[in-house]
Structures are given as structure tokens and as C-alpha cells.
Write a protein that binds this ligand. Sequence first.
Ligand code: C2E
Ligand code: CA
Ligand code: CA
Length: 559
Amino acid sequence: MATASTDVVMPEPAEPVTLAQDLELIPIPAVQVVRRGDGFDFLAINRAYRLAGLGVVADRSAMLRALAPRIDAFLRSTELRSDFEWSIGEVIDSRYYRVTLARPGQSVRDRCQIGFVDLTAQIHTERSLRREMTTDSLTGLPNREGFSDMIEAVQAKRQRHAVLVVDLERFGRLNACLGGLAGDELLITVARRIKGALRARDALARIGGDEFGVLMGIDTDGDEARHLADRIHRALSTPFRLSDYEIGVECSIGIAQGDDALDDVEELIRNAQFAVKRAKAGSKVESYQTQAFTIAREQFAMETALRRAIEDSRLRLTFQPICDLSSGRIVSFEALTRWRDHEGVEQEPSNFIPVAEETGLILPLGRWAMEEAARTLAWLDTECGGDCGMRVAVNLSAIQIQRDDIAGVVEGSLIRHGLPGERLTLELTESAIVSDPDRTARAMHALRALGTTLAMDDFGTGYSNLAYLQKLPIDVLKMDRSFVTGMLADRDKMAIVRAILSLAQALGMKTTAEGVETNELAQTLAALGCTYGQGYHYARPLEAAQTLALIRQLRARGR
Ligand code: C2E
Ligand code: CA
Ligand code: CA
């Protein structure tokens, strides 16, 4: 079949075609037709139409027969001109045209002119380009683009589906050790093996260097996706033979169910990739849980709110007394941060301090807590007409020690409020020592040089390195509340408390027991030689005004 000139691009929109125009001047196939009985007859045919082999006898022209309903509808309408894209033939050798119908005048009801721009070659080029763009040249599989297209097609049909992302472990290393060619070979073999594990209607794509995507239809409420993941694991479990080596390839698989994000292809793939990250951390196969994202979002919301609370100074400190166990006198107060959010809800430090540490907000928060503690202590002194006789303990996070000039911050607050370092205790956790022992040691010596007391907080819960404990300038070990509360009824806890107390004695350190909730506990701890106690038995954390009232009361009683 002779093809029409496909290179000629009709000026778009074309000059209005009229029947008066000489058809032969039109470079594209064009005919004029007239209604005749049930069908149409040619009034005129141009050379391009004849050369394209589109037929010269009206009732033998497949083109005209196929178009008859459209011509009919056009003539029935009042339109002067109509353009549309149209194809004829079977899928494999179909031809595509842009068809223009035009009538010579509004009143003409039985005749029109038809022009054809052949789009076939253009569409074929576009398709093969698209195919190239959506195919991975190494494996011949669809690439990331192609994978998205496939998912889109399944979603358009509203079929239940799941996406699996298969990520190869240590592929980068293998590639570097064995060379790119061997790496390529391995990828091709891996692709073949994964393909072998799939069912006929599942589809495989290579969506990244060492990342494959599987699109699977879901038919039952069973765990089809997990079963498929297991099959893929098994398929990859036999070592691969590459030149002289036998190489084991491990993979992690993330699963995301299509129903969760039915109309967002990218989100679906992202969810599966998110699940892969979690799979790498342990289980090898992980399904995407909306919950994990919800937690991330909640944390993000908390971060934003906390940042604003710090800026708008909506944080405050409460002060919990610490008693000398032998005399029963209050000797200091631990400053504990409180945050009432904009809805009036008191947020728990156990929730927001970890977020502050993760986001770096602990730096401004910690600076604020130090400054506020010093300010309050100076205020208590003023209200008491001189030294109120109490110390204040401030919590320092490991992050502050790693990232802030902590000695500078503490010294600044002391100077601004005219306080000697001796009035201040700093509580550090073991995690600081673990993460950077040298820096922690330097910071602690600098703090000690300011005259402050240093306490190791939550002692017993971390990985205490006794060698370090001995080298660091620690004055007080603060036993974690988890050993203290309930120790009277638990021999193991009691044994730990005794061990910590004797360790502290051996190292010449004082001790504080947290979580002293009963008098009996206070008595026992005192008898065991513990120096200080803190807990609900004495008082809950107090607001600054209550703290002042308590101190005044004690002073009035001469204590
Ligand atoms: P922590 O340093 O171990 O503080 C002691 C916690 O135990 C406080 O919880 C206190 O209210 C609670 N507590 C005291 N006595 C008792 C008792 O007898 N029974 C029980 N069940 N609990 C008692 P809070 O105020 O919720 O603080 C939790 C943690 O948040 C603190 O633990 C501390 O690690 C952290 N934190 C609080 N404020 C700050 C701060 O300004 N900076 C830093 N870095 N951390 C802070
Ligand atoms: Ca503490
Ligand atoms: Ca503690």
C-alpha cells in the first residue's frame, strides 16, 4: 500500500477548506462527497488521495464507509468545520489520521469536503520513543517511568494490586569489587530469577540501580504479597555464579497495598520504598504501615509547635526538692521543664524532650532552661533577702554537650544572675559519655572549673563504662527510679541499688535515689548509706511561687 505523504504537516488550523477550492492544490489526501441513498458518493478526489491508495470508487473505499456515520452526524449539525483524530484498521497495522470535515456553507446539507493528515508515522515514532524512555536498556524490563505507567493502567481499571520493591544488599560493593560488567551480568540474572518467582500476570520492572519493582494483582484477602516476597527471597537464596566466584545476594522487600493510595502512583511506590528501609533494619520483608507515617507526621507537628513554644516563651520550669536523707532537709531543687501547648494541654517531657533532641531544638531549649533556672534561683535569693540556702539542678542533654559550647552557656547564665557555680548542679546522662567520651570529659572538666557539681543521671540504665566513670569528674550518681521504686519488694532491684551504693562509695561519690515514694523507702535508703532522696514522698515538682513559699516556710521553722 502506497503511503500518503506523512511529512506534510497541515498548517494548523488549516485554511478553511471550501468546495470551491481546487482540490488538486491541497497537498494532503482530500475528497468531496455527496449523500447518496444510505451512503456517500465521491464528487471529487485529489491526486494525493488516489496515490495513497485510499480508493477511487466510493462504495469500495473502506475509508469512506468507516467514516460514513461521522460524516452523517456532521452534516446533520450546523457546524462549518470539524477536526478529529481517527484511526482505521487492526491494532498492528492501523493507520492514524487527523480528519477535517468542512462544508461550503451553512445551508449545504448534503455535501462536504474531507481532508486527511496521516499521523501514522508520527504516532509510531512517539510510541517507540516512549517505549525507549520507559525501558531499562540493560534488562529490557520497564524502568521507573514504565513501572509508573503500568501501575497507572492497573489503577485505571480499578483492580486490587500491591507494589513490592526489592532492594539488593551490598550490590554497590559487589559492583565495585567485580567490575561493572560482572555487576551487569548479576543484575540480568537476578531479574531473570525474580521473574521466575512471579506469577504470569505479575509484572517486573527495574526502578533503580539495584532496585526492582513488582506490580501484582491481588485476588484474595490472604497474604498474597508476603507469599510472593517469600518466593522472591527463595529464588535469590541460591548463590550466583559469576566468573570464578559464587556470590550470595540478599535482598530486602517492601510491600505497599494499592488500596491505601488508590490514585497516587508515586505515593504508592514511595510507601513501598519506605517499607524497604524498615525491612533493611531487620525483618527482610516489611509491609508499609500508614501508622509509621502517622507517627512521623505527629512528630513533625510536635516539632513545629515546640519551636513556636520556645520562641514565644511558653515553656516554664518546675522545681522538685531533693532531700538529704540523713537529716531530712531539702538541699536543692531539680529544674524540670514544663510545656502547656496552645490548646492548654500539658505535654510530657518524656514525649517532647526526645523530639527536641532529634531535631536539635534541645539546644535553644537547654539554653533557655539554664537561663531560667539561674534567673529563678537569683529571684528566690532576692525574695529571701540573701542566699536562700538552696542549690538548683539543671538537666543537660548529651546533644548539648556534643554540639553546644556548654561551659560557655552555663558560665554566661551564672554571671548574668550573679551566682557562684557552687549553687548549681548539672545532671548528665551516660549517653553523652558513650557517644563522645573525649569531648564529654573536656566539657565536664570545664564545668567543674566553674565550681558546679556534676551528677550522672539515670545511672544504671545505660552502658556505664566503669573505667570512664573513674576518670570523669563526677560528684553524684543519681540512681534511676526504675531500681528504686519497688526495690523493697524486689530482691534483684535491691541488689542493684546496693551495688550502685557501694560502687559510689568506692569511687568517693555521693548518691541520689530518684522515685522515693514512701517513708519506708526513704528510711531504708538512708540506712543503706544513700546520700540524697527525691520523689513524691517529699514533693512533686513545684511551680516557682510554690517553691518560694516552701522555702519561706522552712526558714520560718528554722530549717
Ligand atoms: P529525670 O531527669 O529523670 O527527672 C525525674 C523525673 O522523675 C521527672 O519527670 C519527675 O517528675 C519524675 N519523678 C520525680 N519523683 C518521682 C516519683 O517519686 N515517682 C515517679 N513516678 N516519678 C517521679 P519529668 O518531669 O516528667 O521529666 C522527665 C524527664 O525529662 C527527666 O527525667 C529529664 O530526663 C527530662 N527533662 C525534663 N526537663 C528537662 C530539661 O530542661 N532538659 C533536659 N535535657 N531534659 C529534661
Ligand atoms: Ca534529671
Ligand atoms: Ca533521672
